[in-house]
Design a binder for this molecule. Structure first.
Ligand SMILES: [Mn+2]
Length: 314
C-alpha cells in the first residue's frame, strides 16, 4: 500500500515536500517527518521543504528553494489534494507528483494520489508505513510525527481514533518522541490568546436549533495582536463540548476581506454543507470561504436546518 511512495522516493535524487497553506502540526509534522524518514532510510537524497510559516514554526523551519531545483525532481504533497490549498504552487515544475492525503476531497491535481481517508492524520499514515516497512525512525522524526498524530486526533479524542492510532503513538514514543516537550508547547499560551478565548466564549451566538457561531471581523486580529490562524482555527473549539450545541462555526475575516469558515460537529456529518459552498475537509471538521458576510448567513441557515432535520430523525 505504501510501495508506490517508497518507489518514487527511491527513483528520485531531488525531492521537494509540499503541504497545505496555513499549516497545522499534521501538515508540518508529516513534512518534517517524511524528510527524516527519507534521510534515515535512503542514501544520496536531497530533500527540501517549502511553504508558508505560522505560529507552529517552533516545530521546524522551511527551506529556500530555487525553481531550478524542481527540474527532474519529485514533488510530494502532504495533507492536501487540491491545487488551491497547496502552499507554493511550484510543485507543477517537478517531473512527477505524489499526493499523500487523508481528507475526503477528490483531487484536481496531475499527480499520483494516495488517499487514506481512514487515517486520522497523515502522520499516522507515515508512521504506519514506517512500522510496516521496518524503517529507521530517529527521535527527531518521531517527535515530528507524534505532533501531527496528537493534534489531528484532537489529543486522541476524535471518533476516528483507533488501535492503530495508539499503536502509532507507542511506536513513536519508543523511538524517542519528545511528548513532554510537545505538550508543553501545545498547552502554554500567550496572555493575548487567553484573553481572546474569553472574548469568543462571551460573544458567540447560536441559531434556533443550536448551531453556535462566532463572527470575527478583521479588527479582532489587531485588538488581540494575534494572527489570522490563531483566530480562525485556534478559536473554533472554544464553542466545543457544550450541551445543546451539536455544531459550531467560526467565521473569520482575513486582511483581504475573505471570510474563512471553520465548521465542527460532534456527530452530524457537515462536510456536504461545506462542499455546497466550494469547501471541503473531513466529515465532522471542514471549512469553506466567503466573499461577504451576507453569504455566511445562508450557510448558518443550512446548518441550522440540518441540525433540525437530524434531531427530528432521532
Ligand atoms: Mn491532517
Amino acid at each position: 500500500m505504501y510501495e508506490s511512495l517508497l518507489n518514487a522516493i527511491e527513483h528520485y535524487d531531488k525531492i521537494v515536500i509540499h503541504r497545505h497553506r496555513q499549516p497545522d502540526l499534521d501538515a508540518l509534522g508529516s513534512q518534517l517527518g517524511l524528510r527524516g524518514l527519507i534521510h534515515g532510510n535512503f542514501s544520496g537524497k536531497q530533500v527540501r521543504l517549502v511553504g508558508d510559516e505560522n505560529d507552529y514554526a517552533y516545530i521546524g523551519s522551511m527551506d529556500t528553494v530555487d525553481d531550478a531545483f524542481y527540474e527532474g525532481a519529485l514533488a510530494i504533497i502532504l495533507d492536501v489534494s487540491q491545487h488551491a490549498r497547496i502552499s507554493d504552487d511550484r510543485y507543477h515544475l517537478a517531473e512527477e507528483r505524489v499526493v499523500v492525503d487523508h481528507h475526503l476531497n477528490t483531487s484536481d491535481l496531475d499527480a499520483k494520489v494516495l488517499s487514506f481517508p481512514e487515517h486520522i492524520a497523515v502522520c499516522q499514515i507515515l508512521t504506519d508505513m514506517a512500522m510496516r516497512h521496518d524503517l529507521c525512525v530517529d527521535a527527531e522524526t518521531a517527535t515530528y510525527l507524534f505532533a501531527g498524530l496528537v493534534t489531528d486526533s484532537g489529543r486522541f479524542r476524535y471518533p476516528q481514533v483507533n488501535a492503530l492510532t495508539f499503536r502509532s503513538a507507542a511506536f513513536l514514543v519508543e523511538r524517542g518522541a519528545r511528548h513532554q516537550w510537545l505538550y508543553k508547547k501545545l498547552y502554554t499560551e500567550s496572555l493575548a490568546v487567553k484573553k481572546l478565548k474569553g472574548h469568543v466564549v462571551n460573544h458567540f451566538q447560536t441559531t434556533p436549533h443550536g448551531v453556535a457561531f462566532m463572527k470575527n471581523d478583521r479588527t479582532v486580529m489587531d485588538t488581540y495582536e494575534v494572527s489570522f490562524f490563531t483566530v480562525s482555527r485556534g478559536m473554533v473549539n472554544q464553542m466545543a463540548g457544550i450541551k445543546g450545541i451539536p455544531v459550531w462555526v467560526n467565521l473569520t475575516e482575513d486582511h483581504e476581506g475573505v471570510i474563512h469558515c471553520e465548521i465542527r460537529s460532534e456527530a452530524i456529518p457537515v462536510v456536504e454543507v461545506a462542499k455546497r459552498y466550494g469547501g471541503g475537509g473531513h466529515g465532522l471538521a471542514c471549512g469553506c470561504t466567503f466573499a461577504s458576510w451576507q453569504e455566511t448567513d445562508q450557510l448558518l441557515a443550512d446548518l441550522d436546518r440540518l441540525v433540525a432535520e437530524e434531531s427530528e430523525a432521532l
